[in-house]
Design a protein around this ligand. Structure first.
Ligand code: SF4
Length: 292
């Protein structure tokens, strides 16, 4: 087998920086994290072994005088209020790209009180909750074209996007809104993070060169689901795995030979060490096959 790891896969700078912050702050003492620090169970487990305690909103309300890390996805203003009231020290690891987007949405909300702020994103996703919070939860969330009926097309519309949505989907949405618009302003802002969007073409090219692709990601990660689908489009022999333990299972039905090209890639929430573990598991498997 010829095994290669995609050098463009792995943590984006926002996640890398949040994890570095967590490691630095853990060295100073007890640290809680509001929600999974990254949508990857293996990395969450690794940090929990270092002492990071993952909490939810109910826990946050009951905690006092502790330190809580906010992950790269960002948080709504209500989280900061709870922390302030409970004497909680916030370690803010919100990605600067998300922070800037929150500020833009808030500014638009303040300046255009009668307009509709529309966010193209996944309802209930942590980043979207943080963005919606900038509008006192009045922003309309659009996941797909079906949700467009929530919009009043006769009124002003200011459209933004969750940072990890697809550029293609956003463009389609703009065209549909334009075609249905009936008076009023329509302003749209492409706020998709290029750290994600620029990966797609590279990932597809990488996948197309392989005989088999192992896509490593967390099953809770929406970014992993999207990138996995792109890989599968480029190469139908693409398998989604969460850890090196699943390697054997997926390869059992595949006729492996010394020239089989296996590519390992992942999402923006996939740690490099996890892809490395998958590569090592493949090398182990190869040795077993050679012996048998
Ligand atoms: S995908 Fe982009 S916006 Fe989101 S955390 Fe990573 S760098 Fe920040």
């Amino acid at each position: 087998m010829i095994v290669s790891i995609d050098n463009n896969s792995g943590f984006c700078f926002g996640v890398t920086s949040a994890i570095r912050t967590a490691e630095e702050e853990l060295a100073k003492g007890q640290l809680f994290c509001l929600g999974d620090i990254v949508h990857n169970g293996q990395e969450v487990k690794r940090l929990e072994q270092l002492g990071l305690e993952t909490i939810d909103y109910d826990d946050l309300r009951t905690l006092h005088n502790v330190r809580v890390l906010l992950r790269a996805h960002g948080e709504p203003p209500s989280t900061y209020h709870i922390a302030h009231n409970n004497g909680i020290e916030i370690i803010d690891a919100t990605c600067p790209v998300v922070k800037k987007l929150q500020e833009r949405i808030h500014k638009t909300y303040i300046e255009h009180r009668d307009a509709q702020i529309v966010i193209y994103g996944k309802a209930g996703h942590a980043e979207v909750i943080g963005l919606q919070g900038q509008t006192n939860n009045t922003a309309i969330i659009i996941e797909n074209e079906k949700d467009l009926d929530k919009i009043d097309f006769t009124r002003d519309i200011y459209l933004f996007s969750q940072t990890t949505k697809s550029v293609e989907g956003f463009r389609t949405l703009i065209d549909v809104i334009k075609s249905r618009k009936n008076g009023g302003v329509f302003e749209y802002h492409d706020t998709i993070c290029r750290s994600v969007a620029n990966r797609v073409e590279h990932l597809k090219a990488f996948a197309a060169e392989q005989d088999l692709v192992l896509f490593v990601g967390g099953r809770k990660s929406s970014n992993a689901k999207v990138l996995f689908e792109h890989c599968r489009e480029a190469n139908s022999n693409t398998y989604f795995i969460e850890s090196a333990n699943e390697v054997k299972e997926d390869l059992s039905s595949f006729n492996l030979s010394p020239t089989t090209k296996i590519g390992i890639c992942g999402a923006t929430s996939t740690p490099q060490w996890l892809m490395q573990q998958v590569a090592e598991a493949l090398q182990k498997l190869q040795k077993q096959i050679q012996k048998s």
